[in-house]
Design a protein around this ligand. Sequence first.
Ligand code: PGA
Length: 252
Amino acid sequence: MSNTVRPLIAGNWKMNGLSDESGAQLKALIEKTNSIGNANCDVLICPPATFLREMSSIAAGSVVSIGGQDCHSAEKGAHTGDLSANMIADTGATYCLVGHSERRTDHNETNGMVKAKAESALASNLIAVVCVGETLEEREQGKTLTVITDQVKNSLPKGATAKNTVVAYEPVWAIGTGKTPTPSDVAEVHAHIRKDLQGILSDADNMRLLYGGSVKGSNASELMALEHVNGALVGGASLKAADFWPIVETCI
Ligand code: PGA
């Protein structure tokens, strides 16, 4: 972890939870973060869209930020079931994930679509968390770094800066499987992403690069200690404050 980049520990609740229980978990998390004040680390929770507004009002005034899990690239229009970035921002959310591998797989999202979504997020003053990651097949074929470069170059929004954009590296085969790459594999990909970004952005060294895929309390400190790893994107272990908090603690 670089000293100059303020880390971000983000929880992605995916399609889990209902407002009561999830609100209780968020309150429990906020209670724990109150002990750290605004120290060293940003904390983000991305709940299902149905209770984004409720979670935003619970988190108001705390160090926990709230984000959407996806947004449409258009500002408005005939897109049944979709939500615009403006609508996400209107709930009080300040971040939005785009290009999560589950979106890329379940909804056939291409790099071009992810980029358009990220641009829409920026236009609504949301911080875009752009997710990239290789499949197992791509890793086994030795294509990891090429795939990642392609995703980074073609999914990053126009106008991306270290302030408005975060990149999350999530190997598809590590998500929800309990499998993680070795620390040296993670370090290799993160260094590669940093280098790619240096070719595109003037403030690449300050952009937060999160690792995601089966992060939990027991492996977080090893992963977070790696150079160019500036935080985590956590799925399963973010649902309960008691599981998520030890991950946050590795950064404070
Ligand atoms: P996981 O999910 O922590 O459950 O592997 C990570 C993610 O999809 O962001």
